[in-house]
Write a protein that binds this ligand. Structure first.
Ligand SMILES: O=P(O)(O)OC[C@H]1O[C@H](OP(=O)(O)OP(=O)(O)O)[C@H](O)[C@@H]1O
Ligand SMILES: Nc1ncnc2[nH]cnc12
Length: 201
């Protein structure tokens, strides 16, 4: 996609495409907009703050374009976003790729009948839920989140998607924390589906 132009409906004109999902230029741009916050939310954790990236329309637009390209490449017909930061990335991707957005939320937030799954975080434990009727057998689902850390959240979401009878088209994250081995933890649950990290540290 390098050198192409992408129609930017929000800013009143085309913007230059930064690059496709697998380019050094894109990686450099994205990493430059993710800031380290030491000892948050607990001593010893370096929190990866994506708010500077979200505040930069060129970087956020390039990220959305790259994730939407993956969505099309994997022939996904639904995008699942993982609360909360995953929502921010997945919603514009769903619109751009022309597919439905489905939220996976922390327990107790969805109003309808749900499927629930417990999981461990880098800094705690949690439960997530999916509306029981949000996905159908035959749906191909791309899971989108900001960070892959231990892989617990993504793994739980894959269980929910399969329990709903849908197919996992892939998992795409903005940033993989390689030292936490989330990719290895996810291998079995991916069951051959691709895991794409646009950047890795
Ligand atoms: O790979 P894991 O170890 O599961 O960690 C990754 C998850 O942790 C963060 O979410 P968090 O639950 O902190 O919440 P937020 O997005 O609501 O801030 C992040 O947005 C991922 O969803
Ligand atoms: N270090 C980290 N920074 C941002 N989000 C995270 N989710 C899990 N670990 C994280």
């Amino acid at each position: 996609m390098s050198g192409a132009e992408v129609t930017d409906l929000s800013a009143g004109g085309p913007r230059p495409a930064v690059a496709g999902p697998d380019s050094d230029e894109l990686r450099t741009l994205l990493l430059s907009r993710i800031h380290d916050v030491p000892d948050y939310p607990r001593p010893g954790v370096v929190f990866k703050d994506i708010t500077p990236l979200l505040a930069d329309p060129a970087a956020f637009g390039a990220l959305t374009d790259a994730l939407a390209a993956l969505c099309r490449a994997y022939r996904a017909d639904k995008v699942v976003g993982l609360e909360a930061r995953g929502f921010i990335l997945a919603a514009p991707v769903a619109v751009s790729a022309g597919v439905g957005f489905v939220p996976v939320r922390k327990a107790g937030k969805l109003p309808g009948a749900t499927l629930r799954q417990a999981y461990d975080l880098e800094y705690g434990t949690a439960e997530i839920e999916l509306h029981a009727d949000a996905l159908r057998p035959g749906d191909r689902v791309l899971v989108i989140d900001d960070v892959l850390a231990t892989g617990g959240t993504a793994e739980a979401s894959l269980h929910l998607i399969r329990r709903a009878g849908a197919e996992v088209a892939g998992v795409a994250v903005l940033l993989e924390l390689g030292f936490l081995d989330g990719r290895q933890r996810l291998q079995a649950s991916l069951d051959g589906a691709p895991l794409e990290a646009l950047t890795t540290v």
